[in-house]
Design a binder for this molecule. Structure first.
Ligand code: GDP
Ligand code: MG
Length: 288
């Protein structure tokens, strides 16, 4: 039996959350083309016949600007310190010097697999240049080229991970997919819709707090607050005659029902909490 912790690092948009979902075959992490979608560390548990891998997806690596950002970077640092294997991930179509600087600056003590993602978009020349470049780097123990989005190369990566895992008994029993409460994933699915439906600044000023989660006989009743900073943002989230919030609710409910395998009654409320991003207490309450 082999078991251990595998952490996924990389610049925002490298495809970390997409990879996690592909590895798990489930929608564990929310995905969007906007940076900073992932605010928490997501832990996902993949149990095979003779292995257990605990993956964690990290927020993208950025300069802390607000208190919220500081918390996010603490989460990144935390995951640097407790992994058995690091996956260092990048979009292979982008300038790889920057990712290289980042990976070098981490001074990793754990073995790393460099994951060159978005192979579906890369041409032969780019492919060759990137693999040659990263093979030479001292932190690169193994190198895998894949497409997280197209689900290509995922099994190969899994094989490499298992071969590098330490021997040991599983850390988690049963068939739980995560150590995070279901409520957390429900909140994330609502947050994802906000990212998808609103442009510009709105998603960054918003967080979601699931207040009620009750399993009834035929359905699960969920109540959640969408927290914004200003009245104007509340108006935007609500939309004309409540059009937008209805849309968020309908789309989120579909995902939540698929995730929970149950019918769901979802109620959403919009609340204004000025400066929630800078308020230590409120960040705690919201789980950061
Ligand atoms: P993260 O910030 O590293 O977690 O990145 P995400 O997983 O949220 O992905 C960022 C964007 O890249 C999303 O629009 C994904 O659909 C896209 N993406 C991820 N993997 C691939 C891939 O293999 N190929 C292509 N073409 N796009 C990808
Ligand atoms: Mg992400």
């Amino acid at each position: 039996m082999k078991s251990g912790f595998v952490n996924i690092f990389g610049k925002p948009n490298a495809g970390k959350s997409t990879l996690l979902n592909a590895l798990m075959g489930e929608k564990m992490a929310i995905v969007s083309p906007k940076v900073q979608t992932t605010r928490h560390r997501i832990k996902a548990i993949l149990s095979g016949k003779d292995y257990q891998i605990i993956f964690s997806d990290t927020p993208g690596i950025i300069e802390p600007k607000y208190k919220l950002h500081e918390k996010m970077m603490q989460a990144v640092k935390g995951s640097l310190e407790d992994a058995d294997i690091a996956l260092l991930m990048l979009d292979m179509n982008e300038d790889f010097e920057e990712s290289n600087r980042l990976f070098t600056a981490m001074h990793l003590k754990v073995p790393a697999i460099v994951v060159l993602n978005k192979a579906d978009k890369a041409n032969e020349e780019q492919h060759q240049k990137a693999t040659e470049f990263f093979r030479k780097q001292p932190y690169c123990k193994k190198l895998v080229v894949l497409s997280a989005l197209k689900n290509k190369g995922i099994d190969y990566l899994l094989e490499k991970i298992v071969s590098m895992l330490p021997e040991g008994a599983p850390f988690y029993e049963g068939d739980d997919l995560s150590d995070l409460p279901t409520k957390f994933f429900v909140g994330e699915m609502i947050r994802e819709k906000i990212y998808q439906l609103f442009g510009d600044e709105i998603p960054y000023h918003t967080t979601v707090l699931v207040q009620e989660f009750k399993e009834k006989t035929t359905l699960i009743k969920i109540g959640a607050d969408i927290i914004v900073q200003r009245d104007t943002q509340k108006g935007i989230i609500l939309g004309e005659g409540g059009k937008m919030i209805k849309k968020i609710g309908t789309e989120a409910r579909k995902d939540i029902e698929a995730f929970l395998g149950s019918k769901v009654f979802l109620e959403l409320f919009v609340k204004v909490r000025p400066k929630w991003r800078d308020n230590e207490m409120q960040l705690k309450e919201y789980g950061y």
